[in-house]
Design a protein around this ligand. Structure first.
Ligand code: URA
Length: 251
């Protein structure tokens, strides 16, 4: 599988933020920040404008003083994230991070995030373009969660998620309740979300008065962790990669 900068208009080149994302530096949003912080040079000059256009082969791009080259081989992994692992590519406090579990040669980064104590399906890739699209709300990528909440909310309370719940000023979280089961003093809820806000599931249920006790993501973009123990991963099949790309390019 290959991803080439020259697939666009070769004369005009591509935007610097996209170039860095395609080189596996981080998601496009992360790359915007790195550029704005002055950590990126083009032809020896710091560039703080993410929309600056660069041409592969002509322009020399450097991040933290090291040359950046486009990644022409892309990798996609589905990982069953264990509890107690952070969804970042580095941690100043030396806590376990998700990329520690993946093969070490390529620069791979997570698509979106799961909290420290959340388990389950996490996609990781060095394909910055696909990663960016998968996290963009426009594409409505389904994420299915198994949520254990405190208490026994009546159905009408749970259905409020379908009408929409304001979890922060100006942001209404919406999801589909796919089922719920009372388990003693707790309730297990199966919930599908299509937009990813930070700690969205926990904030939804805190707002409903039934805080989350345990959270597991069953699938991301229909990719499940079936057959993977916590801490295990597998590479997506070419067919799965094709479907993933269709999801985000078919619009
Ligand atoms: N929502 C949360 O609250 N936490 C996660 O880890 C994922 C979604």
């Amino acid at each position: 599988m290959s991803e080439s900068a020259n697939s666009g208009d070769a004369k005009a080149g591509i935007r610097l933020n996209r170039f860095l994302a395609m080189a596996g530096i981080g998601s496009r949003r992360v790359c915007d920040e790195l550029i704005q912080k002055g950590m990126v040079q083009v032809n020896g000059v710091i560039q703080v404008e993410p929309a600056t256009r660069v041409v592969e082969g002509r322009d020399q791009v450097e991040f933290q003083g090291r040359p950046v080259n486009l990644v022409h081989e892309t990798h996609y992994y589905i990982f069953n994230k264990p509890r107690g692992v952070i969804t970042t590519t580095s941690d100043p406090f030396g806590r376990p991070i998700v990329v520690d579990f993946l093969p070490g040669d390529a620069r791979i980064y997570p698509v979106g995030r799961l909290d420290f104590d959340t388990t389950g399906a996490l996609l990781l890739t060095n394909d910055g373009d696909v990663a960016y699209r998968l996290t963009h709300p426009k594409f409505q990528i389904p994420k299915v969660y198994q949520v254990l909440v405190r208490g026994n909310p009546p159905e009408a309370t749970l259905r409020r998620v379908e009408a929409g719940i304001e979890i922060e000023a100006g942001f209404v979280a919406r999801g589909e309740i796919n089922g719920f089961w009372y388990r003693g003093g707790n309730t297990e809820v199966r919930l599908t979300l299509r937009e990813g806000k930070k700690r969205e599931v926990k904030r939804i249920f805190r707002t409903l008065g039934h805080p989350v006790v345990r959270l597991h993501r069953e699938s991301f973009a229909a990719l499940t962790v079936t057959g993977l123990k916590p801490g295990e991963w597998r590479e997506l099949t070419p067919e799965e990669v094709r479907e993933l790309k269709e999801l985000v390019h078919g619009h």
